[in-house]
Design a protein around this ligand. Structure first.
Ligand SMILES: Cc1cc2nc3c(=O)[nH]c(=O)nc-3n(C[C@H](O)[C@H](O)[C@H](O)COP(=O)(O)OP(=O)(O)OC[C@H]3O[C@@H](n4cnc5c(N)ncnc54)[C@H](O)[C@@H]3O)c2cc1C
Length: 392
């Protein structure tokens, strides 16, 4: 059985980003995933500026991915006869890029697996985790077993390994179900917008991800997605999505089922196990900030792990620092996504959106999307009455 400094369970955004940072520092890493990359993953595919900067700091070469995608400058919320821009005028600066997940995940995974000290185990589900004095032993569905001094969970929102270890979920919002399409065709007009359409109990998110691709994700609280399996309903919603995005095209490949997904939170550190990305805290998908959050968490986790293994920092101090920094960083995203989601789902949104879209929302968007983490507005500074009004 091979022994590693660190075992990372989950090799998507946060697991691969973390593995690459640890590989750069020469730590030995086992990077495990039940999938083989590239693989399809339901996601709105909007990669924020903050995420791009984080990837560049971690040493990823992003120019090809950025060139393959389409930049966005604003979010448009469409309520039928009214539509509101979330960032306009001087706020209408580059917010991010629509990038296909297959391309992004591949870049992250390829770089991580290229380090001589990083071993990858793909198409290998974690079937057992045994804690021991030296760390842990992990059993995989391939029959492989590995041991590591330190265990990191990066296996996504429903984290099977957290369940295996009995790590509780501290908070869970009401679940959403949905369906995710990639449409192929062409744009009659490039808008630089992510469009969110609210219609008949559905939240339809449209992100242009290349000159010939539109990502459409339809989410609903209705249980489960029966209505979306009705081709007439689906066609009607897709038609609206394409019309509002100035797109003509058709779904390619099979749509992906989404959910149940709900914003949930676990501890960042449980005993000596670290949780990173959606495994620790996943955000409401409608606000589209999960990747940013996962990457920043990976960056913080890498710093703390390198401090333990290379600089001899005491484990308890490093883990406490990770929990504190990740918690502080997540607070503004948590506030932002809860505010956005509750606003969009609030029956009074027709009145709330116009008022907030010209007052508090542009600043919130800017602070979550444009600025470096430490400069973010703390949600506590947002007037409590505004949050109450929005039902947060
Ligand atoms: C509908 C929807 C739309 C979204 N839109 C956006 C958006 O536009 N922008 C944005 O920034 N974020 C968006 N997100 C959020 C984003 O997709 C996630 O935050 C991000 O993928 C989290 O990355 P992660 O690495 O933490 O986890 P994941 O990407 O979920 O990866 C977890 C990995 O763990 C592996 N795994 C799971 N179980 C096991 C096991 N037992 N053994 C081995 N491996 C295992 C999985 O195969 C997977 O590769 C969206 C999410 C949803 C659901």
């Amino acid at each position: 059985m091979k022994t590693y400094d660190i075992a990372i369970l989950g090799a998507s955004i946060s697991g691969a980003a973390l593995a690459a940072c640890l590989g750069t520092a020469g730590l030995s890493v086992a990077l495990v995933d039940k999938a083989r990359f590239p693989r399809r993953k339901a996601c709105g595919e909007g990669l924020s500026n903050v995420a791009l900067e984080s990837l560049e700091r971690m040493g990823f070469e992003m120019s090809a991915a950025v060139e393959s995608g389409l930049p966005y400058y604003t979010y448009r919320i469409d309520l039928g006869e009214h539509s509101y821009e979330f960032a306009r005028g001087r706020e209408r600066r580059l917010k991010g890029v629509g990038v296909q997940r297959t391309i992004l995940d591949r870049i992250l995974f390829d770089r991580a697996s290229g380090f001589p000290t990083v071993d990858t185990y793909c198409e290998a589900s974690v079937t057992g985790i045994e804690r021991c004095e030296q760390g842990c032993n992990v059993s995989l569905s391939t029959g492989d077993r590995l041991s590591a001094n330190r265990l990191i969970l990066a296996d996504g929102a429903n984290s099977p390994s957290a369940t295996m270890l009995g790590i509780p979920v501290r908070r869970k919002a009401e679940p959403l179900w949905g369906i995710s399409f990639i449409l192929e065709g062409s744009f009659s007009r490039v808008t630089g917008e992510v469009v969110v359409i609210l219609k008949d109990g559905y939240e339809i998110n449209c992100t242009p991800v290349s000159q010939s691709r539109l990502n459409v994700t339809i989410l609903t609280k209705r249980k489960p997605v029966k209505a979306l399996q009705d081709s007439v309903v689906r066609e009607r919603l897709l038609e609206e999505a394409t019309e509002k995005s100035f797109f003509t095209g058709h779904p390619m490949e099979k749509p992906l089922q989404v959910g149940p997904v709900s914003a949930s939170r676990r501890a960042y550190v449980w005993d000596t196990v670290m949780l990173v990305g959606d495994a620790a805290e996943n955000l409401d998908p409608v606000a589209g900030m999960g990747m940013t959050h996962g990457m920043l968490m990976a960056e913080i986790a890498a710093e703390c792990l390198i401090a333990i293994h290379k600089e001899g920092l005491a484990v308890e101090i490093a883990l406490a620092r990770y929990a504190e920094l990740a918690g502080r960083m997540s607070r503004s995203y948590r506030g932002f996504t809860r505010l956005t989601a509750s606003l969009l789902r609030n029956p009074a949104r027709r009145f709330l959106l116009p008022a907030l879209s010209s007052t508090i929302l542009p600043g919130l968007i800017r602070s979550a999307l444009d600025d470096a983490p430490m400069k973010w507005v703390e949600t506590q500074t947002i007037s409590r009455s505004v949050l109450n009004l929005a039902g947060v």
